[in-house]
Design a protein around this ligand. Structure first.
Ligand code: DQA
Length: 148
């Protein structure tokens, strides 16, 4: 079976490579997208790579994913710490969800140390740089094949 997953990126992640390199590294958003597509292809996974700076668009994407995708990998970026709407939308998605952060949010400012989604996702990866996306794809593949 060819599983389909979506990688959803929140605000400002389109500026990866340019923004706060000490936290997020030098890999650009386009490079990250290409790396994710390459790994997914190797594993036989179909992926969509999405990004929005707008909370409501992210909620729409999550809602629409219910009937289109088998799993969600999400870096909700700043909305991780603030958005009950994104949390509620994710809670309606009854399939595997991996929460992802490039930086270690628990080592940063107090306001970043709280995630509104950690307790409703399947699992999470943080602090491993943009490699975390590749690890998340591998983990999602295993979750979907029930190999974890
Ligand atoms: C982030 C961490 C968030 O606190 C921040 O707002 C981001 C990126 C990360 O990937 O480390 O935009 O989610």
């Amino acid at each position: 079976m060819n599983y389909k997953i979506i990688i959803i990126n929140g605000p400002n992640l389109n500026l990866l490579g340019e923004r706060e390199q000490s936290h997020y590294g030098y890999t650009t958003f386009d490079e990250l997208k290409q790396n994710c597509e390459k790994k997914s292809k190797e594993l036989g996974l179909k992926i969509e790579f999405a990004q929005s700076n707008i909370e409501g668009e992210l909620v729409d994407l999550i809602q629409e994913s219910r009937n289109k995708f088998d799993g969600i990998i999400i870096n909700a970026a700043a909305f991780t710490h603030t958005s009950v709407a994104i949390r509620d939308a994710l809670d309606i998605f009854k399939k595997p969800i991996i929460e992802l952060h490039i930086s270690n949010i628990y080592k940063r400012e107090k306001f970043r140390q709280k995630s509104l989604i950690s307790d409703i996702v399947t699992g999470g990866i943080f602090g491993l740089g943009s490699d975390g996306y590749i690890l998340a794809i591998i983990s999602m593949h295993k979750l979907l094949k029930n190999e974890n």
